[in-house]
Ligand binder design. Structure first.
Ligand code: F6P
Length: 360
């Protein structure tokens, strides 16, 4: 039986996308031999909407294990706009189904995060054979213990915090490091613990700026000449916690300060009188080669996806649960987010060290 498999990468890129693509492809060539064709779809769902497809050969998958980014290209294609026909008059869902048919695909692999999985579920409900793979530096995909790209980003963010330590200590400053993660604080929490941050602020635990400043002053009073704050880009304070996302953004725009980090730095400097600086590693966290952990994880997830294709287990997404490779039903996880548990072991560990989350 011949199989034709479409593959796309969607949403923000991350280290490990190519390692996953390679894992899927190599395992498919191993198990199906000449009975498999792989079609690369450019720039995520945009490529599926506009039929930007290219048949790939085994050599396309060579030498990409260590390569950052994605050989297929990626694009953000917001889920909430998928069923909306815009000015271009394009019916996106209809087009995606047509491309699938035109390309004679037997299944579609979608490598992406939460938004990608929502569209994957939509396409699955429309009758396409879809298998998702969990990609994101945010580690916030529901139903899987880990996502590829995350551990590499933890390494990069930790390195940033390490470097901030030496310059903060030299200048007796407070350094506020903004770490990606709009909804979930996994990356900030792990890098904060690994880098020895003194304060960790994440969206799951709204902070009180007075408590943050009290913790900083206590540290200064104990003779520590510098402090490090690891702050998730989506962190908000206890007042903002009462507001809707749009209202929060409006309030920040009116105040002329768009990010939580710049506001925190200004408040901290004013309250403590200690020279304070902000560092935003930003997209550095998504760039470059995957670390060894992510290469192994991505390869395992890719190979498992090939197994699911052989078993025709569609409408699923590959996951890791308690060290076991498994698959969740897309309909069970799409639209859900895996948040940090404010009472979970990681937060408790940090709190037991004396790290402040600005809540006590
Ligand atoms: O991939 C998720 C993420 O890394 C978020 O943490 C961050 O808010 C977002 O991407 C930013 O991505 P972009 O600038 O590509 O839209």
């Amino acid at each position: 039986m011949k199989r034709r498999i479409g593959i796309l990468t969607s949403g923000g890129d991350c280290p490990g996308l190519n390692a996953t693509i390679r894992g899927v492809a190599k395992a498919c060539f191993q198990q199906f031999g000449d009975d498999v064709e792989i079609v690369g779809i450019s720039n995520g769902y945009y490529g599926l909407i506009h039929n930007l497809c290219k048949e790939m050969t085994p050599s396309d998958f060579s030498g990409i294990l260590t390569q950052g980014g994605t050989i297929l290209g990626t694009k953000r294609q917001p889920f909430k706009m998928m069923t909306v026909i815009g000015d271009d008059n394009v019916d996106k869902v209809k087009n995606m189904k047509e491309t699938y048919k035109k390309q004679k695909l037997d299944c579609l692999l979608t490598l992406g995060g939460n938004g990608t999985h929502k569209t994957s579920q939509l396409l699955s409900a429309e009758g396409l054979n879809v298998i998702g793979l969990p990609k994101t530096i945010d580690n916030d995909i529901y139903g899987t213990d880990v996502t590829f790209g995350y551990q590499t980003a933890v390494d990069i963010a930790t390195d940033a915090i390490d470097r901030l330590h030496t310059t903060a200590a030299s200048h007796s400053r407070i350094l506020v490091c903004e770490i990606m993660g709009n909804k979930a604080g996994w990356l900030t929490l792990s890098a904060g613990i690994a880098g020895g941050a003194d304060i960790i602020l994440i969206p799951e635990i709204p902070y009180d700026i007075d408590k943050v400043c009290d913790a900083l002053m206590r540290r200064a009073a104990s003779g520590k000449s510098f402090s490090i704050l690891a702050v998730a880009e989506g962190a908000f304070d206890v007042t903002e916690a009462q507001m809707k996302k749009k209202e929060r953004a409006k309030k920040r725009a009116e105040a002329g300060i768009l990010t939580a980090t710049s506001r925190i730095a200004a408040q901290v400097q004013a309250s403590t009188g200690i020279d304070t600086r902000v560092c935003v590693p930003g997209h550095m966290l998504r760039g470059g080669s995957p670390n060894a952990y992510d290469r192994v994880l991505a390869t395992q997830l890719g190979v498992h996806a090939a197994k699911l294709i052989a078993q025709e287990k569609y409408g699923t997404t590959v996951a890791v649960c308690g060290n076991k490779l498994t698959a969740n039903k897309l309909k069970d996880i799409a639209g859900l987010t895996k948040f940090v548990d404010p009472k979970g072991t990681l937060v408790t560990t940090a709190k037991n060290l004396g790290v402040s989350f600005g809540d006590k």
